[in-house]
Every structure is written in structure tokens, then in C-alpha cells.
Design a protein around this ligand. Structure first.
Ligand SMILES: Nc1ncnc2c1ncn2[C@@H]1O[C@H](COP(=O)(O)OP(=O)(O)O)[C@@H](O)[C@H]1O
Ligand SMILES: [Mg+2]
Length: 239
């Protein structure tokens, strides 16, 4: 079994003529929470889209569970156990909570564990169970974020990637979501790549973290060590 769940090597990508990623390298060890941190517009979402194969890699490699997936289409990466909870949630607002969850299970690995995973997400988010027949578009922002995470979990992933799950949420909800991610990691052994502008909350729950600036990894290290670095404190923690 490969030691790393994910290895990104010198990844280059962008949009049209515009290069956004200039050789991003990062590793996600199995069973850890790894954070990718950085300010708005630095290339965090682009990194995730390229890892998922939604946009092509212009250079470099993406290795998932020891397999080079750089040229594989997104659905094959999902079938292998990658899942992304995208920024802005992207739910089906006219469908109910439960329909959103069922529709996520389009790959065999997800269908095989549909019942267990539905029970898991309802136990993690009791509010979603209460509201399972309600249209997703009528949920509060926090509930919609919970549903987006639940939908990612329904894919039965080995690696769950989340793009700014705390964005736009009140501090209490941000803490709740952080707790759920920690619980999934500790109790279910789920490996997580957490992308955030919220450096504070991320360094609280992550084992290891990378900081991206203008499409390049600026620094990385164990989360506890990064939180102590003067440049991180000054630029990202407001200390
Ligand atoms: N669909 C797109 N088309 C063109 N440029 C884009 C697109 N999405 C993002 N960008 C540009 O790529 C850069 C990085 O964006 P992004 O990866 O979304 O940053 P982050 O997630 O760190 O905020 C920004 O300069 C942004 O304007
Ligand atoms: Mg983004």
C-alpha cells in the first residue's frame, strides 16, 4: 500500500493562455488531515480542479494511491476514491436533501455502501436527517455546507478534498464543521485535504500544512510548527 494517499509533483495548470499553477508539489499522507492554505486568488481551487482532472495538468503529475492518474478522466478518479466538496457547494437546489445524497452515488464504490454512508452522514449531521424531505435550496448556509460535505461522503471516498468549507459561515458553524472533519479523520480513518483561507481553523485540525502563493508552494511543515512561524502569524493569523 502506498504510504501517500496523494502525491502532487510539479503541477502546472491554468485557464486558456493564463498559467495559474507554476509547479505545485504536495503530499497527503494516509490517515492525515493536510491543509492547503493561502489568500484569495493564489491557486487553491485551481490545484483541486487539476487534482480531480476537471482541468488538465499542463505539466507535472498527480499520483493517487501510488497510481499515476494525471491523464485519467475525473469520473475514473472518483471511482478510485477521490471526492471533492467544491467551493460554493453546488447543490441541486430544487431537489430534496435526500435526493441530493442519492444522486451523488453514481459510482459502484458509492452504491455498495449507500445504506451505511447514509446512516453515517445522518449521524454526523442530525439536521440533515430532520430535513431530508426539504428542498436543498431552502436550507440555511450552514446546512447547505453540511449537505455538500455529506454528498462528498456518499461517494465513499478514500480522500475527501474540501474547498473552503468555512466560507461565509458564522464562527460557531465553522467550529462545528471543523469538529466533524476531525471526527471523520479520527473515527473513520478518512484522509482529508482541506483547502482554506481560514488559516486559524485549519491549523487547529490539520496534521500538516502547505501555504500557496501565486501558484507556488511558499512553505510547508507540521501544522503546529507552521502556526509558530513569525511570517505565518503575521500574514495569516493576524498576530
Ligand atoms: N475559470 C477561470 N478562468 C480564468 N481564470 C481563472 C478561472 N478561475 C480562476 N482563475 C484565476 O486563477 C487564479 C487562481 O484562482 P483560484 O485557483 O480560484 O484561487 P483561490 O482558490 O486560491 O482563491 C486567479 O487569478 C483567478 O482569477
Ligand atoms: Mg478558491
Amino acid at each position: 500500500m502506498a504510504e501517500y494517499m496523494l502525491e502532487v509533483e510539479n503541477l502546472e495548470s491554468g485557464y486558456g493562455e493564463t498559467q495559474v499553477l507554476f509547479g505545485v508539489s504536495l503530499k497527503v499522507e494516509r490517515g492525515t488531515i493536510t491543509a492547503l492554505l493561502g489568500a484569495n486568488g493564489m491557486g487553491k481551487s485551481t490545484t483541486l480542479w487539476a487534482i480531480m482532472g476537471v482541468i488538465p495538468a499542463w505539466g507535472g503529475r498527480v499520483i493517487f494511491k501510488g497510481v499515476d492518474v494525471t491523464k485519467l478522466p475525473t469520473h475514473e478518479r472518483v471511482s478510485m476514491g477521490m471526492a471533492l466538496v467544491p467551493e460554493g457547494r453546488r447543490l441541486w437546489p430544487e431537489l430534496t436533501v435526500e435526493e441530493n445524497l442519492y444522486l451523488a452515488t453514481f459510482v459502484p464504490r458509492a452504491r455498495e455502501r449507500l445504506k451505511e454512508n447514509l446512516e453515517l452522514v445522518y449521524s454526523l449531521f442530525p439536521r440533515l436527517r430532520e430535513r431530508r424531505h426539504q428542498k436543498a435550496g431552502t436550507l440555511s448556509g450552514g446546512e447547505q455546507q453540511m449537505l455538500a460535505i455529506a454528498r462528498g461522503l456518499m461517494l465513499n471516498p478514500d480522500l475527501l478534498m474540501l474547498d473552503e468549507p468555512s466560507l461565509g459561515l458564522a464562527p460557531k458553524l465553522v467550529q462545528d464543521i471543523a469538529k466533524v472533519l476531525k471526527r471523520l479523520n479520527e473515527e473513520e480513518g478518512l484522509t482529508i485535504l482541506l483547502v482554506e483561507q481560514n488559516v486559524h481553523i485549519s491549523l487547529q485540525i490539520a496534521d500538516y500544512a502547505y501555504v500557496i502563493e501565486a501558484g507556488r508552494i511558499r512553505l510547508h511543515g507540521p501544522a503546529k510548527e507552521l502556526a509558530e512561524k513569525p511570517e505565518v502569524k503575521k500574514a495569516y493569523l493576524g498576530l
